[in-house]
Design a protein around this ligand. Structure first.
Ligand SMILES: Cc1ncc(COP(=O)(O)O)c(C=O)c1O
Length: 370
């Protein structure tokens, strides 16, 4: 009789479903016999600009070192981060994408019987890595689609080890203000870690939006994670990082695989940090694209959740099913993200693309809703 390895898997893994990423462009091209160039992907909150020449040069330079292991300590990238963020080397943990950081913090603190607190409609990886580690997830209902930070602090119990705060949140695009975040930090017991996920930090342009780095010296239980996948345009290379107290960084670095960020990613991330023009262009294209999309939603009388990120969720009119709309958009070569799996049935998340990509999406949507 053949072995059923499902029965042998650790209990937390047995009930998991794999993370559902946005559909890759080449997959849709294969399925529908379309040209890849004719497909518009606005499904994974990626940067629509394409790589800057500075990144290509940094990567080419690394080719000569292909046979060598990367610098496991990531010295040069960390040095540049320290300079820009005003932090010390021993506060930084590098990740193969910031997803790696989320996994590290959970593996450091969670075992069977422990729990984490998350907000409803927040990034699904928090729950996935926690359950894999045998932990439980306490999900706190949202208010106006955003984190209810006071309720999240109140949900902490004696088995809570981590609270995940996503600011701004994906997929809703909502954010918490400085006042809300400060009151929250004060309410969280000092032995509970706050993982502040700032994957979309760079896009936010609000005077009352808090910068997680400002709270590190006062709160040794705070971990701020950021990524190069979004505003810096390096999603494919997989590089992110966290800044925390040296003690939390030391614990995460104990379980970090020694070469989790490769030489190309290290060099490209450093070049991206120094490429102020590319970042400025990303933010400009994003704010123009956000205005373009929300104007179209208003014209089409579609309600949407105001977003400070590089994506926005809109609601389909009564009678339209998200799975069907998704198929009809795919058939026109437009990839977006239905978010029913985030308990948002009837909502679709669309990432901000270039002006032309946004227009293609708007035209395709108009046809579906006609
Ligand atoms: C809120 C949030 N956190 C973290 C990530 C992980 O990104 P990466 O692993 O590419 O850094 C994402 C990716 O979409 C995200 O939306």
């Amino acid at each position: 009789m053949s072995v059923n390895f499902l029965d042998l898997a650790v209990s937390g893994v047995q009930g998991l479903h794999p993370y559902q990423p946005g559909k890759p462009i080449d997959e849709l091209a294969r399925e529908l016999g379309l040209n890849e160039a004719d497909i518009v992907k606005l499904a994974s909150n990626e940067n629509p600009l394409g790589p800057s020449p500075a990144i290509e040069a940094a990567i080419k330079e690394q080719l000569a070192e292909l046979t060598r292991y990367p610098d496991g300590a990531g010295f040069e990238l960390k040095a540049e981060l320290c300079k820009r963020l005003g932090v010390e080397m021993n506060q930084i943990t590098l990740g193969n994408g910031s997803s790696d950081i989320l996994d590290f913090i959970v593996r450091v603190f969670i075992e069977k019987g422990d729990n984490v607190v998350v907000a409803a409609h927040s990034f699904s990886i928090y729950g996935l890595v926690t359950r894999a580690a045998g932990g439980d997830v306490i999900e706190v209902p949202a208010v106006n689609w955003g984190h209810d930070l006071a309720a999240m602090a109140a949900a902490i119990n004696d088995k809570t080890r981590i609270v995940f705060v996503t600011n701004p949140n994906n997929p809703t695009g909502t954010y918490n203000t400085r006042d809300e975040f400060e009151a929250f930090l004060q309410a969280v017991p000092e032995n509970v870690v706050v993982l502040l996920d700032e994957a979309y930090f760079e896009f936010v342009n609000k005077p009352d939006y808090p910068n997680g780095m400002d709270y590190l010296s006062q709160y040794p239980n705070l971990v701020v994670s950021r990524t190069f996948s979004k505003a810096y345009g390096l999603a494919s290379l997989r590089v992110g990082f966290s800044v925390s107290s040296p003690q939390l960084a030391d614990l995460m670095n104990r379980i970090r695989p020694p070469f989790n960020v490769d030489s190309f990613a290290l060099a490209a991330a450093r070049a991206a940090l120094m490429d102020d023009a590319y970042l400025a262009k990303s933010l400009e294209v994003n704010s123009q694209g956000m205005a373009q999309l929300t104007a179209a939603f208003e014209e089409l009388k579609l309600s949407y959740i105001p977003s400070v990120g590089n994506f926005v969720c809109f609601k389909l009119p009564e009678g339209y099913k998200d799975a069907e709309v998704n198929q009809q958009l795919l058939a026109q070569g437009v990839i977006i993200r239905p978010v029913a799996n985030y308990q948002m049935p009837g909502y679709i998340r669309v990432s901000i693309g270039t002006q032309a990509e946004n227009q293609t999406f708007i035209e395709a949507l108009k046809k579906v809703l006609a």
